[in-house]
Design a protein around this ligand. Structure first.
Ligand SMILES: O=C(O)CCC(=O)C(=O)O
Length: 297
């Protein structure tokens, strides 16, 4: 898969702070990634490694919570086969104006019918540990999405509203638009909320300062997504700002990012972390799925 972004689409991204595409991957490939979710949330990790964050576990957490795993790529080759693709890195770097892109973090998100919202926030509020402190994200729908089904929602133009701190409660807040409403009041704007309604395999890119969140799933089908949060290929660790999870990968006295933990997906110069393509092909769900996902078709 290659996606040619037109100048108009790139301009639209800069204007709106997001860009929605109806097709990034084939629906059957989206279904192959979605088929991994059940095992992952039950703790079946084919690589033997825990993901960096495992926010919902079968039997431990309430069924009305939206389920999230961060850095599922470390635990599952099929997830890796999607979120570590060169093309995703190329598109994120192109939109961000970076020389290339590394994965900062992936998200595996499963919102069953009835599951509660995720609060509106700005991703870059959580990125002080990175220099430059910015991400650009590719959010991929693995099911057809709808406003009623709790899809991701963006606020048009909100990447220009300024920088706000992390929100009080990300998972299942009482009012998922609370901090957004406060920010909008401060800048004197009425938020124009755009729900991302795409077929399975569609996607949306968003700027790190764009306000986004998602409502309860009021539909009768699950909403599953895979998200690649990218950072610049040149990114380094901040020497004093600490992420309690991700700064664990920083070596003492060294601010460089190790490609074992933050692999480079793509650079303009033609560089890509050497082990990625082999790693993406190793899954137990291999065969057809990984032929497709790893080949960069
Ligand atoms: O999928 C969602 O509901 C929210 C995801 C999100 O916060 C993100 O992709 O940055």
């Amino acid at each position: 898969m290659t996606v040619d972004l037109s100048d108009a689409q790139i301009a639209q991204f800069h204007e709106d702070g997001f860009l929605i595409l109806n097709r990034l991957i084939a629906p059957e490939d989206a279904a192959r990634v979605a088929a991994r979710f059940e095992g992952l949330f039950r703790g079946r990790f084919e690589t033997g490694l825990y993901p960096d964050e495992w926010n919902w576990q079968e039997g431990r957490d309430s069924p009305d919570r939206t389920r999230q795993i961060c850095n599922g790529w470390k635990s599952d080759h099929t997830v890796a086969g999607l979120v570590l693709r060169a093309e995703i890195g190329r598109l994120c770097a192109t939109l961000a104006g970076w020389p290339g892109a590394r994965i900062a973090q992936d998200n595996v998100i499963w919102k069953p019918p009835g599951a509660k919202p995720l609060g509106f926030h700005q991703d870059n509020s959580y990125n002080a540990w990175i220099v430059p402190a910015e991400m650009l994200t590719c959010w991929i729908a693995l099911d057809p999405t709808s406003a009623a089904g709790g899809t991701i929602e963006y606020v048009r133009g909100s990447h220009r509203w300024g920088r706000y701190p992390p929100i009080a409660q990300f998972h299942a807040p009482e009012d998922y638009r609370k901090e957004l409403a406060a920010a909008a009041a401060e800048v004197g704007r009425t938020p124009e909320i755009v729900p991302v309604e795409v077929p399975a395999g569609g996607c949306a890119f968003h700027h790190g300062w764009t306000w986004h969140g998602s409502d309860r799933n009021r539909a009768d089908r699950p909403r599953r997504s895979a998200v690649a949060h990218c950072m610049s290929s040149d990114a380094r660790f901040h020497t004093t700002e600490v992420s309690y999870i991700y700064s664990r990968y920083k070596r003492v006295g060294d601010d460089s990012m190790d490609e074992s933990f933050f692999p480079v997906l793509w650079t303009r110069e033609g560089y890509r972390t050497a082990w990625l393509d082999d790693y993406m092909c190793r899954g137990s769900a291999a065969g057809r799925s990984l032929n497709y996902l790893a080949a960069g078709d």
